[in-house]
Design a protein around this ligand. Structure first.
Ligand SMILES: [Ca+2]
Length: 197
C-alpha cells in the first residue's frame, strides 16, 4: 500500500489492495507543473522510440471530470500523471460519470489503453464504457463503444476508427461491476493512455 518510493508495489497492489475506499490519495496537486513520476512504462522516452512504425506516442493534456473523489485526492488528473498508484475515482458509486482529456490540439488518434481499478470483489466482471471524441468540446461523436464490454483484464486496449482526429476524448463509464456482499465498485481509473500522432 505504500506508493511509490522504491519498488514495484504497484502492479499487484492495484488489484489486491483492498480497493475503493481503502486508499488515501498520494499527494494533492501533482497535476500542475513539475516532473511527474514515471513509473508507467508508456511514459518512458523509450516507449515510442521502440515502435518502428508510425510516429505514434502517448498523448497528454488536461483531464477533467464531472465527478471526483476530492476528499481522497482521486481527481481527474491522476489518469495522466504516469503514476500507477494514483487514480481518478468518481464521487459516488453510480454509472454515467466521465473523464475528459483535452489534448491541447487536434491529433490523429490510433488507440487507447485504460487501466481500471479492480477491487477484489469486482475481479472478473467487466466495466462498461464508451469513448467519444470531439474537435471543439461541443459536439461529440462515438468512437469506441464498449457498452457491452466483456473484457475483464485490468488494462484494456481499444482502437479508434481509422482517421479519427480529435482534440477532446471523453470516456464515460456506463456500467459498473454490480455490488456484492464484499463491496461496491465505483468508476475508477489509474491511467488513461491515448496514443496517436
Ligand atoms: Ca495515475
Amino acid at each position: 500500500m505504500v506508493p511509490g518510493s522504491g519498488g514495484k508495489a504497484n502492479t499487484g497492489g492495484a488489484i489486491g489492495s483492498g480497493g475503493q475506499g481503502g486508499k488515501t490519495g498520494v499527494g494533492g496537486s501533482r497535476n500542475t507543473g513539475g516532473t511527474p513520476p514515471a513509473n508507467d512504462p508508456s511514459c518512458l522516452p523509450s516507449a515510442s522510440a521502440t515502435d518502428s512504425g508510425a510516429p505514434e506516442a502517448r498523448l497528454f493534456g488536461t483531464a477533467t471530470s464531472d465527478s471526483e473523489e476530492i476528499s481522497k485526492g482521486n481527481t481527474a488528473g491522476k489518469v495522466l500523471d504516469c503514476n500507477l498508484s494514483t487514480r481518478w475515482c468518481a464521487a459516488d458509486n453510480k454509472a454515467g460519470h466521465y473523464v475528459t482529456i483535452d489534448l491541447d490540439g487536434v491529433h490523429l488518434l490510433s488507440h487507447l489503453e485504460v487501466m481500471w481499478e479492480y477491487p477484489l470483489w469486482a475481479v472478473g466482471v467487466p466495466y462498461m464504457y464508451i469513448v467519444e471524441v470531439s474537435v471543439n468540446s461541443l459536439a461529440y461523436t462515438m468512437a469506441i463503444d464498449k457498452s457491452v464490454n466483456t473484457e475483464t483484464t485490468q488494462t484494456q486496449s481499444a482502437d479508434f476508427p481509422s482517421a479519427t482526429s480529435a482534440r477532446y476524448v471523453r470516456l464515460t463509464v456506463v456500467g459498473l461491476p454490480p455490488p456484492t456482499a464484499s463491496g461496491v465498485t465505483w468508476a475508477s481509473i489509474y491511467e488513461l493512455r491515448i496514443f496517436g500522432e
